[in-house]
Design a binder for this molecule. Sequence first.
Ligand code: HGY
Ligand code: MN
Ligand code: MN
Length: 399
Amino acid sequence: MTAAGLLGDIAGVGADPRRGGFSRHGFDRSELELREWFRAAAVARGLDVETDRNGTMWAWWGPPGDGAVVTGSHLDSVPGGGAYDGPLGVTSALVAVDLLRARGFTPGKPLAIAVFAEEEGGRFGVACLGSRLMTGALDPDAARRLTDPDGVTLADAVRAAGLDPAGLGPDPVAMARIGVFVELHVEQGKGLVDLGAPVAVASSILAHGRWRFSFAGEGNHAGATLLTDRRDPMLPAAQVVLAARRAASGIEGARATVGKVVPNPGGTNVIASTVDVWLDARAEDDFRTRAVVADISDAARVAAEEEGCTVTVTEESYGDTVIFDPALRDDLAATLGDVPALPTGAGHDAGILAAHRPTAMLFVRNPTGISHAPAEFAEASDCAAGAAALADVLAHLAR
Ligand code: HGY
Ligand code: MN
Ligand code: MN
Protein backbone atom coordinates (compact mmCIF):
# COMPACT_ATOMS: atom_id res chain seq x y z
CA MET A 1 0.00 0.00 0.00
CA THR A 2 1.24 3.51 -0.82
CA ALA A 3 1.00 6.63 1.35
CA ALA A 4 -1.44 8.16 -1.15
CA GLY A 5 -3.45 4.92 -1.08
CA LEU A 6 -3.61 4.99 2.72
CA LEU A 7 -4.81 8.61 2.57
CA GLY A 8 -7.55 7.37 0.25
CA ASP A 9 -8.60 4.85 2.92
CA ILE A 10 -9.35 7.66 5.38
CA ALA A 11 -10.81 10.15 2.90
CA GLY A 12 -14.32 9.57 4.24
CA VAL A 13 -13.41 10.36 7.84
CA GLY A 14 -14.14 13.87 8.98
CA ALA A 15 -15.01 15.15 5.50
CA ASP A 16 -16.70 18.52 6.02
CA PRO A 17 -19.41 19.20 3.45
CA ARG A 18 -20.08 22.70 4.78
CA ARG A 19 -16.52 24.04 4.82
CA GLY A 20 -15.03 21.67 2.26
CA GLY A 21 -12.00 19.53 3.07
CA PHE A 22 -11.73 17.87 6.47
CA SER A 23 -12.56 18.92 10.01
CA ARG A 24 -10.85 16.48 12.34
CA HIS A 25 -10.08 17.82 15.79
CA GLY A 26 -8.42 16.44 18.89
CA PHE A 27 -10.54 13.71 20.51
CA ASP A 28 -13.63 14.46 18.40
CA ARG A 29 -15.50 11.68 16.68
CA SER A 30 -13.52 11.82 13.45
CA GLU A 31 -10.12 12.02 15.15
CA LEU A 32 -11.05 9.08 17.38
CA GLU A 33 -12.08 7.18 14.25
CA LEU A 34 -8.70 7.95 12.68
CA ARG A 35 -7.00 6.74 15.85
CA GLU A 36 -8.81 3.40 15.48
CA TRP A 37 -7.82 3.29 11.81
CA PHE A 38 -4.19 3.92 12.80
CA ARG A 39 -4.32 1.26 15.51
CA ALA A 40 -5.65 -1.31 13.03
CA ALA A 41 -3.10 -0.34 10.35
CA ALA A 42 -0.26 -0.60 12.87
CA VAL A 43 -1.48 -3.90 14.33
CA ALA A 44 -1.83 -5.30 10.81
CA ARG A 45 1.91 -4.60 10.46
CA GLY A 46 2.70 -6.42 13.68
CA LEU A 47 3.37 -3.19 15.59
CA ASP A 48 2.40 -2.91 19.26
CA VAL A 49 0.19 0.11 19.89
CA GLU A 50 -0.14 2.04 23.13
CA THR A 51 -1.57 5.44 24.01
CA ASP A 52 0.31 7.51 26.57
CA ARG A 53 -1.19 9.80 29.17
CA ASN A 54 -1.18 12.83 26.85
CA GLY A 55 -3.07 10.96 24.16
CA THR A 56 -0.05 10.34 21.95
CA MET A 57 -0.31 6.98 20.19
CA TRP A 58 2.87 4.93 19.85
CA ALA A 59 3.22 1.99 17.45
CA TRP A 60 6.35 0.00 18.26
CA TRP A 61 8.35 -2.13 15.88
CA GLY A 62 9.87 -4.51 18.38
CA PRO A 63 9.99 -3.92 22.11
CA PRO A 64 9.52 -0.33 23.33
CA GLY A 65 12.67 1.15 24.77
CA ASP A 66 14.59 4.31 25.57
CA GLY A 67 16.50 6.19 22.91
CA ALA A 68 14.20 5.03 20.11
CA VAL A 69 14.11 6.29 16.56
CA VAL A 70 10.65 7.87 16.37
CA THR A 71 8.77 9.15 13.36
CA GLY A 72 5.20 10.34 13.01
CA SER A 73 2.91 13.35 12.87
CA HIS A 74 -0.76 14.07 13.64
CA LEU A 75 -4.19 13.07 12.35
CA ASP A 76 -6.17 16.19 13.30
CA SER A 77 -6.74 19.06 10.88
CA VAL A 78 -7.60 22.73 10.86
CA PRO A 79 -11.32 23.43 10.26
CA GLY A 80 -11.89 22.60 6.60
CA GLY A 81 -8.28 21.51 6.14
CA GLY A 82 -6.52 19.45 3.51
CA ALA A 83 -5.89 15.73 3.39
CA TYR A 84 -2.11 15.83 3.74
CA ASP A 85 -1.13 18.08 6.66
CA GLY A 86 -0.52 15.50 9.38
CA PRO A 87 -1.91 12.31 7.83
CA LEU A 88 0.83 12.25 5.16
CA GLY A 89 3.43 11.92 7.92
CA VAL A 90 1.50 9.09 9.58
CA THR A 91 0.75 7.15 6.39
CA SER A 92 4.32 7.63 5.15
CA ALA A 93 5.60 6.20 8.43
CA LEU A 94 3.45 3.09 7.95
CA VAL A 95 4.67 2.73 4.36
CA ALA A 96 8.27 3.25 5.47
CA VAL A 97 7.88 0.28 7.85
CA ASP A 98 6.54 -1.78 4.92
CA LEU A 99 9.47 -0.74 2.73
CA LEU A 100 12.03 -1.53 5.42
CA ARG A 101 10.45 -4.94 6.03
CA ALA A 102 10.50 -5.64 2.29
CA ARG A 103 14.19 -4.76 2.26
CA GLY A 104 14.75 -7.27 5.05
CA PHE A 105 15.81 -4.52 7.43
CA THR A 106 15.69 -5.14 11.17
CA PRO A 107 16.05 -2.07 13.40
CA GLY A 108 19.14 -2.06 15.59
CA LYS A 109 17.32 0.28 17.99
CA PRO A 110 13.73 0.58 19.19
CA LEU A 111 11.64 2.19 16.46
CA ALA A 112 8.21 3.75 16.81
CA ILE A 113 5.56 5.72 14.97
CA ALA A 114 4.03 8.46 17.12
CA VAL A 115 0.70 10.19 16.48
CA PHE A 116 0.29 13.40 18.47
CA ALA A 117 -3.03 14.84 19.63
CA GLU A 118 -4.54 18.18 18.54
CA GLU A 119 -1.50 19.48 16.66
CA GLU A 120 -3.54 22.18 14.96
CA GLY A 121 -5.28 23.39 18.10
CA GLY A 122 -8.44 23.40 15.98
CA ARG A 123 -10.63 22.39 18.90
CA PHE A 124 -8.96 23.67 22.09
CA GLY A 125 -6.99 26.57 20.61
CA VAL A 126 -3.46 25.55 21.58
CA ALA A 127 -1.33 24.25 18.71
CA CYS A 128 0.79 21.13 19.33
CA LEU A 129 -1.24 20.39 22.45
CA GLY A 130 -0.01 16.80 22.91
CA SER A 131 3.67 17.51 22.39
CA ARG A 132 3.53 20.66 24.52
CA LEU A 133 1.98 18.69 27.37
CA MET A 134 4.49 15.85 27.05
CA THR A 135 7.51 18.16 27.04
CA GLY A 136 6.20 20.39 29.83
CA ALA A 137 5.77 23.41 27.55
CA LEU A 138 2.11 23.71 28.62
CA ASP A 139 0.83 23.81 32.18
CA PRO A 140 -1.47 20.79 32.62
CA ASP A 141 -3.89 22.65 34.91
CA ALA A 142 -4.34 25.37 32.30
CA ALA A 143 -4.68 22.68 29.63
CA ARG A 144 -7.39 20.80 31.51
CA ARG A 145 -9.42 24.02 31.67
CA LEU A 146 -9.22 24.71 27.92
CA THR A 147 -12.66 24.60 26.31
CA ASP A 148 -13.85 23.86 22.81
CA PRO A 149 -16.46 26.04 21.03
CA ASP A 150 -19.24 23.99 22.68
CA GLY A 151 -17.83 24.58 26.17
CA VAL A 152 -16.45 21.05 26.58
CA THR A 153 -13.24 21.12 28.62
CA LEU A 154 -10.13 19.27 27.53
CA ALA A 155 -10.43 17.32 30.79
CA ASP A 156 -13.90 16.10 29.80
CA ALA A 157 -12.86 15.42 26.20
CA VAL A 158 -9.92 13.21 27.18
CA ARG A 159 -12.03 11.45 29.80
CA ALA A 160 -14.63 10.67 27.14
CA ALA A 161 -11.80 9.30 24.99
CA GLY A 162 -10.80 6.91 27.79
CA LEU A 163 -7.85 8.87 29.20
CA ASP A 164 -7.40 10.11 32.76
CA PRO A 165 -7.25 13.93 32.70
CA ALA A 166 -5.11 13.81 35.85
CA GLY A 167 -2.42 12.13 33.74
CA LEU A 168 -2.01 15.07 31.37
CA GLY A 169 1.36 16.80 31.69
CA PRO A 170 5.11 16.31 31.49
CA ASP A 171 5.97 12.70 30.72
CA PRO A 172 9.65 11.92 31.34
CA VAL A 173 9.06 8.24 30.57
CA ALA A 174 7.75 9.02 27.09
CA MET A 175 10.44 11.62 26.55
CA ALA A 176 13.20 9.17 27.48
CA ARG A 177 11.95 6.87 24.77
CA ILE A 178 12.66 9.44 22.07
CA GLY A 179 16.29 9.25 20.97
CA VAL A 180 15.62 11.11 17.73
CA PHE A 181 12.41 12.32 16.08
CA VAL A 182 11.77 12.75 12.36
CA GLU A 183 8.47 14.14 11.06
CA LEU A 184 7.57 13.92 7.38
CA HIS A 185 5.18 16.64 6.22
CA VAL A 186 3.68 18.00 3.05
CA GLU A 187 5.47 21.24 2.26
CA GLN A 188 3.40 24.33 3.07
CA GLY A 189 4.92 26.52 0.41
CA LYS A 190 6.49 26.18 -3.03
CA GLY A 191 10.15 25.86 -2.12
CA LEU A 192 10.42 22.38 -3.63
CA VAL A 193 8.54 23.43 -6.77
CA ASP A 194 11.07 26.20 -7.28
CA LEU A 195 13.95 23.79 -6.67
CA GLY A 196 12.46 21.08 -8.89
CA ALA A 197 12.92 18.44 -6.19
CA PRO A 198 10.42 16.07 -4.53
CA VAL A 199 11.89 15.99 -1.02
CA ALA A 200 13.75 18.36 1.32
CA VAL A 201 14.93 18.43 4.90
CA ALA A 202 13.78 21.25 7.17
CA SER A 203 16.13 23.94 8.39
CA SER A 204 13.99 26.17 10.63
CA ILE A 205 10.52 27.26 11.78
CA LEU A 206 9.46 30.88 12.27
CA ALA A 207 8.70 32.12 15.78
CA HIS A 208 4.93 32.11 16.04
CA GLY A 209 1.96 32.26 18.34
CA ARG A 210 -1.72 32.94 18.81
CA TRP A 211 -3.34 35.82 20.66
CA ARG A 212 -7.02 36.35 21.52
CA PHE A 213 -8.35 39.91 21.52
CA SER A 214 -11.58 40.04 23.51
CA PHE A 215 -13.58 43.22 22.97
CA ALA A 216 -16.57 44.10 25.13
CA GLY A 217 -19.11 46.79 24.29
CA GLU A 218 -22.87 47.02 24.63
CA GLY A 219 -25.34 44.73 22.90
CA ASN A 220 -28.20 46.64 21.34
CA HIS A 221 -30.65 46.97 18.46
CA ALA A 222 -29.19 47.50 14.97
CA GLY A 223 -32.06 49.70 13.86
CA ALA A 224 -33.07 51.58 16.97
CA THR A 225 -29.65 52.59 18.30
CA LEU A 226 -28.24 55.89 17.03
CA LEU A 227 -24.66 55.65 15.78
CA THR A 228 -23.60 58.13 18.45
CA ASP A 229 -25.10 55.96 21.19
CA ARG A 230 -23.28 52.78 20.24
CA ARG A 231 -20.45 50.91 21.88
CA ASP A 232 -19.95 48.38 19.11
CA PRO A 233 -17.02 45.99 19.69
CA MET A 234 -17.04 45.00 16.03
CA LEU A 235 -15.39 48.31 15.15
CA PRO A 236 -12.17 47.80 17.13
CA ALA A 237 -12.27 44.13 16.09
CA ALA A 238 -12.14 45.26 12.47
CA GLN A 239 -9.18 47.47 13.31
CA VAL A 240 -7.25 44.39 14.47
CA VAL A 241 -7.68 42.86 11.02
CA LEU A 242 -6.32 45.98 9.34
CA ALA A 243 -3.57 46.53 11.91
CA ALA A 244 -2.40 42.93 11.44
CA ARG A 245 -1.69 43.48 7.76
CA ARG A 246 -0.11 46.88 8.36
CA ALA A 247 2.10 45.76 11.26
CA ALA A 248 3.37 42.64 9.52
CA SER A 249 4.03 44.57 6.31
CA GLY A 250 6.46 46.76 8.22
CA ILE A 251 8.71 43.88 9.28
CA GLU A 252 10.50 41.81 6.67
CA GLY A 253 9.35 38.21 6.63
CA ALA A 254 6.66 38.79 9.24
CA ARG A 255 3.10 37.62 8.75
CA ALA A 256 -0.04 38.25 10.76
CA THR A 257 -3.45 36.75 10.16
CA VAL A 258 -6.94 37.04 11.56
CA GLY A 259 -8.70 33.83 10.54
CA LYS A 260 -11.33 33.68 13.22
CA VAL A 261 -13.75 36.31 14.54
CA VAL A 262 -16.58 35.36 16.89
CA PRO A 263 -19.20 38.00 17.72
CA ASN A 264 -21.59 37.33 20.57
CA PRO A 265 -24.49 36.83 20.09
CA GLY A 266 -23.87 37.01 16.33
CA GLY A 267 -27.12 38.27 14.80
CA THR A 268 -27.45 40.33 11.62
CA ASN A 269 -29.67 42.89 13.31
CA VAL A 270 -27.82 42.85 16.63
CA ILE A 271 -24.97 45.08 17.77
CA ALA A 272 -22.65 42.53 19.36
CA SER A 273 -21.99 42.77 23.08
CA THR A 274 -18.58 41.09 22.72
CA VAL A 275 -16.29 40.08 19.87
CA ASP A 276 -13.34 37.71 20.10
CA VAL A 277 -10.67 38.03 17.42
CA TRP A 278 -7.82 35.52 17.09
CA LEU A 279 -4.48 36.73 15.77
CA ASP A 280 -1.83 34.37 14.39
CA ALA A 281 1.51 36.22 14.17
CA ARG A 282 4.86 34.90 12.95
CA ALA A 283 8.29 36.33 12.18
CA GLU A 284 11.93 35.38 12.00
CA ASP A 285 12.56 35.75 15.71
CA ASP A 286 10.96 36.47 19.04
CA PHE A 287 11.77 40.18 18.92
CA ARG A 288 10.13 40.76 15.56
CA THR A 289 7.10 38.60 16.38
CA ARG A 290 6.48 40.43 19.61
CA ALA A 291 6.95 43.79 17.88
CA VAL A 292 4.19 42.88 15.43
CA VAL A 293 1.86 41.81 18.25
CA ALA A 294 2.64 44.92 20.32
CA ASP A 295 1.86 47.14 17.35
CA ILE A 296 -1.49 45.41 16.75
CA SER A 297 -2.31 45.46 20.48
CA ASP A 298 -1.70 49.22 20.61
CA ALA A 299 -4.03 49.72 17.64
CA ALA A 300 -6.65 47.53 19.32
CA ARG A 301 -6.53 49.54 22.55
CA VAL A 302 -6.83 52.88 20.76
CA ALA A 303 -9.73 51.62 18.63
CA ALA A 304 -11.50 50.11 21.66
CA GLU A 305 -11.25 53.33 23.60
CA GLU A 306 -12.57 55.39 20.68
CA GLU A 307 -15.69 53.20 20.63
CA GLY A 308 -16.17 53.10 24.40
CA CYS A 309 -15.25 49.42 24.50
CA THR A 310 -12.73 47.40 26.51
CA VAL A 311 -10.16 44.93 25.23
CA THR A 312 -8.11 42.20 26.84
CA VAL A 313 -5.29 40.49 24.97
CA THR A 314 -4.43 36.89 25.89
CA GLU A 315 -1.50 34.88 24.55
CA GLU A 316 -2.94 31.43 23.89
CA SER A 317 0.22 29.76 22.63
CA TYR A 318 3.72 30.73 21.56
CA GLY A 319 6.86 29.09 20.26
CA ASP A 320 10.20 30.77 19.57
CA THR A 321 12.18 30.23 16.36
CA VAL A 322 13.27 26.62 15.85
CA ILE A 323 16.58 25.81 14.21
CA PHE A 324 16.59 22.07 13.54
CA ASP A 325 19.72 20.22 14.73
CA PRO A 326 22.21 21.18 11.98
CA ALA A 327 24.29 18.00 12.30
CA LEU A 328 21.22 15.78 12.02
CA ARG A 329 19.84 17.89 9.18
CA ASP A 330 23.08 17.62 7.20
CA ASP A 331 23.43 13.92 7.99
CA LEU A 332 19.93 13.18 6.70
CA ALA A 333 20.33 15.42 3.64
CA ALA A 334 23.53 13.55 2.77
CA THR A 335 21.86 10.19 3.40
CA LEU A 336 19.21 11.17 0.86
CA GLY A 337 21.74 12.30 -1.74
CA ASP A 338 22.17 15.96 -0.84
CA VAL A 339 18.52 16.96 -0.88
CA PRO A 340 17.90 20.67 -0.24
CA ALA A 341 17.14 22.22 3.15
CA LEU A 342 14.14 24.54 3.43
CA PRO A 343 12.76 26.80 6.18
CA THR A 344 9.06 26.87 6.97
CA GLY A 345 6.55 29.26 8.42
CA ALA A 346 4.42 26.42 9.77
CA GLY A 347 4.55 24.98 13.26
CA HIS A 348 4.94 21.26 14.00
CA ASP A 349 5.23 18.83 16.91
CA ALA A 350 8.80 18.36 15.64
CA GLY A 351 9.36 22.02 16.48
CA ILE A 352 8.25 21.46 20.07
CA LEU A 353 10.41 18.36 20.44
CA ALA A 354 13.42 20.11 18.90
CA ALA A 355 14.06 21.92 22.19
CA HIS A 356 14.60 18.54 23.88
CA ARG A 357 15.80 15.97 21.36
CA PRO A 358 17.67 15.81 18.05
CA THR A 359 14.81 16.42 15.65
CA ALA A 360 14.43 16.66 11.89
CA MET A 361 11.74 17.02 9.27
CA LEU A 362 11.30 15.89 5.70
CA PHE A 363 9.12 17.94 3.35
CA VAL A 364 7.28 16.53 0.32
CA ARG A 365 6.67 18.78 -2.70
CA ASN A 366 3.31 20.56 -2.84
CA PRO A 367 2.64 21.72 -6.41
CA THR A 368 0.58 24.77 -5.45
CA GLY A 369 2.06 25.42 -2.02
CA ILE A 370 -1.50 25.67 -0.66
CA SER A 371 -2.05 24.24 2.83
CA HIS A 372 -4.68 24.52 5.57
CA ALA A 373 -7.23 24.46 2.75
CA PRO A 374 -9.01 21.74 0.78
CA ALA A 375 -6.74 22.35 -2.25
CA GLU A 376 -3.68 21.09 -0.35
CA PHE A 377 -2.08 18.38 -2.51
CA ALA A 378 0.96 16.27 -3.24
CA GLU A 379 1.39 14.01 -6.29
CA ALA A 380 1.27 10.29 -5.52
CA SER A 381 4.76 9.93 -7.03
CA ASP A 382 6.12 12.58 -4.65
CA CYS A 383 4.37 10.92 -1.71
CA ALA A 384 6.11 7.69 -2.74
CA ALA A 385 9.44 9.52 -2.92
CA GLY A 386 8.78 10.93 0.54
CA ALA A 387 7.97 7.53 2.06
CA ALA A 388 11.08 6.03 0.45
CA ALA A 389 13.17 8.89 1.82
CA LEU A 390 11.68 8.35 5.27
CA ALA A 391 12.52 4.65 5.04
CA ASP A 392 16.11 5.52 4.10
CA VAL A 393 16.36 7.94 7.00
CA LEU A 394 14.91 5.47 9.51
CA ALA A 395 17.23 2.73 8.28
CA HIS A 396 20.18 5.10 8.67
CA LEU A 397 19.19 6.21 12.17
CA ALA A 398 18.19 2.76 13.46
CA ARG A 399 21.08 0.85 11.90
O1 HGY B 1 -0.37 26.45 12.37
C1 HGY B 1 0.63 25.84 12.02
O2 HGY B 1 1.66 26.37 11.68
C2 HGY B 1 0.64 24.37 11.96
O3 HGY B 1 0.29 23.91 10.73
N1 HGY B 1 0.09 23.72 13.04
MN1 MN C 1 -1.15 22.47 9.91
MN1 MN D 1 0.94 19.44 10.36
